[in-house]
Design a protein around this ligand. Structure first.
Ligand code: P6P
Length: 341
């Protein structure tokens, strides 16, 4: 029997809602809109190579119009799908410096949405998998008032929904409401997301590690020694692991979720006085970490679970290590021993 049994994502949203008798249906409406936006962005991504919307913004397309970059188009698709739904009080996007308010003419809801409209978009010209990442919290300021930045600045552990849409050989939507992880594959012939990966679980240990080895000399000693451990032949330990790195975090983490192993974007000590991280907490690290932890994996910034990191700003960056439970546990032993992340 096919595991999807023809269960559409809309049916799954309703099933999830029925787990919460007190539910108002607002969250279900939000998820419906996200699935709709995913189909719209799929259309744009699939036709990108043909309709001259690749590359930098500002150039003119064949119709003589100013062309937006695909990530800006994706940003607008999500904004337009969500702003009038009456379920959000505010949003945050990688593409916008400030908090995105809900237009006055629309009702303010009780949720917030933080999103990366098209993660990995720098690779889109090379036809590499890209994706949309989303994170939903319940507001903390009084209902009926305009949303505030503090509604968005909540730790990942308080997410009510986290997930992503990966635009690859097929479009998949993977999400959790805190009761496990489920994956849906878009059937383009009927325009429906069908349950293809029920109750996803990450293997406790994998055979792959995923990191940009070009930055090896800029990592802390703990991380460098851990990666050296992974690449030193040892039959008993099952090393060396294989390196898989696409340079599109959503694709690298999605593969890690399916096959096991570890994805890393460590702190960069190129300037020891001013160490830097690259990945964003609110709409990249926190939602992806919630999905992986809900699937039985772990995440860390080198000190604590990503889900316990308190955001200070909408675009905070964090070191990210996420993957199989046993890999993160091994990494932590190296970090503790050398005491730097
Ligand atoms: P690097 C893509 O641009 C991105 O934001 C993530 O999706 C990806 O993991 C990372 O940057 C890749 O960065 O420095 O290895 O090219």
């Amino acid at each position: 029997m096919n595991s999807s049994r023809g269960i559409t994502i809309e049916r799954h949203f309703i099933d999830q809602q029925e787990l919460h008798p007190e539910a108002s249906g607002e969250l279900t409406r939000l998820l419906h809109q996200l699935a709709f936006a995913a189909k719209m962005i799929t259309k744009e991504v699939r036709s990108a190579g043909l309709s001259d919307i690749l590359g930098e913004a500002g150039h003119m397309n064949v119709q003589g119009e100013v062309v937006q970059k695909l990530d800006e188009i994706s940003n607008d698709v999500i904004y337009r799908s969500m702003d009038h739904a009456g379920v959000l009080c505010c949003m945050a996007s990688e593409e916008r410096d400030e908090m995105i308010a809900i237009p006055k003419e629309f009702r303010c809801g009780k949720y917030t949405l933080a999103f990366d409209p098209l993660d990995g978009s720098s690779n889109i010209d090379a036809n590499v998998n890209v994706g949309t990442i989303f994170s939903i919290h319940k507001r903390v300021t009084p209902e009926g008032t305009p949303g505030q930045v503090e509604d968005l600045l909540q730790p990942g552990r308080k997410q009510v929904v986290a997930g992503y849409i990966v635009y690859g050989s097929s479009t998949m939507m993977v999400y959790t409401t805190g009761h496990g992880v489920n994956g849906f594959t878009l059937d383009p012939t009927i325009g429906e997301f069908l349950l293809s990966h029920p109750n996803m679980k990450i293997p406790p240990r994998g055979k792959y590690f995923s990191v940009n080895m070009g930055n090896r000399h800029f990592w802390s000693e703990g991380v460098r020694r851990y990666v050296d451990h992974l690449t030193t032949p040892n039959k008993e330990l099952g090393t060396p692991y294989s390196l898989r790195y696409i340079g599109s975090m959503i694709a690298d983490v999605h593969r890690t979720l399916l096959y096991g192993g570890i994805f890393m974007y460590p702190m960069d000590y190129k300037d020891p006085q001013n160490p830097k991280s690259k990945l964003r907490l609110l709409y990249e690290a926190a939602p992806m970490s919630m999905v992986v932890e809900q699937a039985g994996g772990l995440s860390t910034n080198g000190r604590m679970s990503i889900l316990d990191v308190q955001p200070k700003g909408l675009h905070d960056r964090v070191p990210l290590f996420v993957g199989s439970k046993e890999e993160i546990t091994d990494l932590n032993h190296f970090i503790e021993k050398y005491n730097v992340i």
